[in-house]
Design a protein around this ligand. Structure first.
Ligand code: FAD
Length: 601
């Protein structure tokens, strides 16, 4: 079956009808571009995806990286594929011209990246981490660090990692123990063990630039005593060429359920004299800088969850249109031809469930990506601050909603294919396995929910929370004027009432009651908030579709917009009502999980 990577019509809808990306060319930074150059980049990425990644997608999944005791080996086809991305400039598409970038808007780069992610799975993860690493250094590193490390990363000669997790310190980074000691020459000696480091070793680049969190002797305990260091795999000679080994040893490779093209490594730093590290910014402020990369990575993780949901949805729609099986309940004639399974209402239900997740999640991550652009390039200071506030507030939702719901959508894709979905002749089981990482890394769903409830909601006297509600209320007001949408506008308004009531009860309870008890259902709050946000974005999509249908579009477009309205209806009938159950659990401070004792399991 031919693989459909992304739905081009939907991507055009998202970029140009829902988010008006074309208007970005009015910003000084993007003045050299137009819709044509935007589309060219997306099409180039699609062509590379189809030519270089799609043919090796299954091989990447079935041939895990190996370590022969000296070197890590990946399948040889991966390097030319990654080189093709670098040569086309897509890996550093958003970077400044003078750093070798194309100064493209992140939303366009994200659309281009979606094709590559779907076709190459996590083969693209190496580039994404490298870009996020370079962006952090560019924002917080000294000129010297930028000159030495960012340039070769932008050129694709070096690749980057983020090295935070340790065997005893995962969700709770405050307990990390990797040591840093200041040397007389102003550099530092780093020693300790990190695990699960993605792209921590491979043969794809000349050097690997690790961004390592470590603790200086005598530093404050907890997260306030963490510093950030550049620790390269190889030191550089004075002329910038590759020098000595820097005591970053590969202690082992992890073998994984999915995401197998990207190495997951256990790294041992500085077993002899200490790996040489270069401080980023100030001592003990490392976690603050790392959040620059983590926030970017959290949008990437959400995007991964969304595009894999899109991939599974696309694949299962194509399959369902071509698989004859059974007859409708009303047909009693065994000699009548079988129907394609897309005619069965339950298959349509599972496809709608996927569509509502896939296109809802995609709209969310593209919205987040646009905010990350607006906070830097929007015309006025006020607009930039507003975008920053919204993005900062919504990051836990942008990371978690697609990550939690993407694998559920992929599970439906498997179900649509029946037994054929469970075997690796079709990629849907791989999409599920690849997607299952997303609720875990870059802060688990529970960690995101605690961040939302204890930090993001109360932050700046509820400013981000109120600004988000105001955005939703604006859409409700507009939808109230469209006859076919007033029902949804009312339902979303009721959902807002539920959200506000729940938030208010929780904020009070956090001050007055046992905090461990109040936070014991925090994930339900994140789910509730996420569902309201997705319902809002579906209403926005419904507005665009309604306006377009009123213009009596061409038949294929009419089908497209009607599909949007049907998915909107699905979300409001089948998903949004769930928030009532979650709200009851939260407002009644349900004790079920809290009261359960370890001994009772
Ligand atoms: C494939 C893969 C790639 C990764 N890539 C990287 C990378 O590149 N760099 C890097 O530094 N790390 C990376 N990680 C590590 C990842 O970020 C951690 O696995 C994750 O943060 C969870 O930490 P943990 O595995 O130690 O689980 P734990 O922290 O032990 O968590 C286990 C469970 O307990 C829950 N839990 C933990 N603490 C709390 C709490 N305070 N309250 C409520 N529940 C809690 C968690 O939600 C989770 O469900 C990667 C992991 C994987 C599997």
């Amino acid at each position: 079956m031919p693989a459909t990577l992304m739905n081009e019509r939907d991507l055009t809808f998202m970029l140009y009808e829902l988010f008006d990306s074309e208007a970005l060319i009015n910003r000084e930074r993007y003045q050299d571009h137009d819709r044509h150059t935007f589309n060219e980049v997306v099409n180039t990425a699609k062509a590379i995806a189809e030519k270089h990644f799609l043919p090796i997608r299954q091989k990447l999944d079935t041939h895990q990286p190996t370590f022969d005791g000296k070197k890590v080996h990946l399948i040889p086809e991966l390097k030319p594929a990654i080189d093709a991305v670098n040569e086309a400039g897509i890996a550093s598409a958003t970077a400044d011209y003078d750093l070798g970038g194309m100064q493209l808007p992140p939303i366009i780069a994200s659309a281009a990246g979606a094709y590559l992610s779907v076709a190459g799975g996590v083969g693209m993860g190496y580039n994404m981490l490298t870009t996020a690493n370079a962006n952090l250094l560019q924002a917080h590193g000294s000129d010297d660090l930028i000159e030495t490390w960012v340039k070769p990363m932008r050129e694709g000669r070096f690749m980057g990692t983020m090295a935070m997790t340790e065997p005893g310190s995962g969700s709770g980074l405050g307990d990390l123990t990797t040591k840093a000691v200041k040397a007389d020459d102003g550099t530092y000696r780093i020693s300790g063990n990190k695990i699960f480091i993605s792209g921590g070793d491979h043969d794809l680049s000349e050097n690997i630039v690790h961004l390592v969190l470590a603790r200086l002797q005598g530093a404050p305990k907890g997260v306030k005593g963490i510093s950030l260091f550049v620790v390269p795999k190889f030191l550089l000679k004075d002329d910038g060429s590759i020098g000595e080994d820097n005591e970053v040893a590969l202690a082992g490779l992890f073998h994984k359920m999915g995401g197998r093209a990207q190495t997951s490594t256990a790294l041992s730093f500085g077993e002899r004299k200490g790996s040489i590290g270069y401080l980023v910014g100030e001592e003990n402020a490392g976690l603050k800088y790392m959040f620059h990369m983590m926030n970017e990575a959290r949008i990437m993780v959400g995007t991964g969850g969304a595009v894999l949901a899109v991939a599974g949805y696309q694949y299962s729609v194509d399959y369902a249109k071509n698989r004859p099986q059974g007859r409708l309940p009303s047909c009693k004639d065994p000699l009548s031809p079988m129907v394609n399974i897309i005619e069965h209402a339950d298959v349509k239900r599972m496809l709608l469930a996927q569509k509502s997740v896939a296109e809802g999640a995609l709209s969310l991550v593209l919205y987040g990506t646009q905010l990350s652009d607006d906070e830097r390039t929007a015309p006025t200071q006020e607009q930039r601050e507003h975008a920053h506030m919204l993005l900062d507030f919504l990051t836990p939702v942008i990371k978690s909603w697609p990550s939690e719901n993407g694998p559920k959508a992929n599970s439906y894709a498997i179900q649509v294919l029946g037994g054929h979905g469970y075997i690796n002749e079709h990629p849907v089981e791989m999409f599920y396995r690849d997607n299952r990482l997303n609720p875990i890394h870059e802060g688990t769903t529970c960690i995101q929910s605690l961040d939302l409830l204890t930090r993001k909601v109360p932050m700046n006297k509820l400013a981000g929370y109120m600004a988000t509600l105001a955005e939703i209320e604006k859409t409700i007001a507009i939808a109230n004027n469209i006859e076919k949408l007033t029902g949804y506008a009312n339902e979303l308004n009721e959902a807002l009432v539920t959200l506000k009531k729940t938030t208010s009860v929780l904020l009070t309870a956090m001050q007055t009651e046992n905090i461990d008890l109040v936070l014991s259902n925090s994930v339900k709050y994140l789910e509730l908030f996420g569902h309201v946000i997705i319902a809002w974005l579906w209403l926005k999509q419904g507005l665009v579709a309604s306006h377009a249908l009123a213009e009596q579009p061409h038949e294929s477009d009419e089908h497209f917009y009607r599909g949007k309205l049907q998915a909107l209806q699905y979300f409001y009938r089948f998903e949004l009502p769930k928030i009532g159950v979650w709200s009851n659990i939260l407002t009644s401070t349900d004790r079920t999980s809290f009261d359960m004792q370890a001994e009772w399991f």
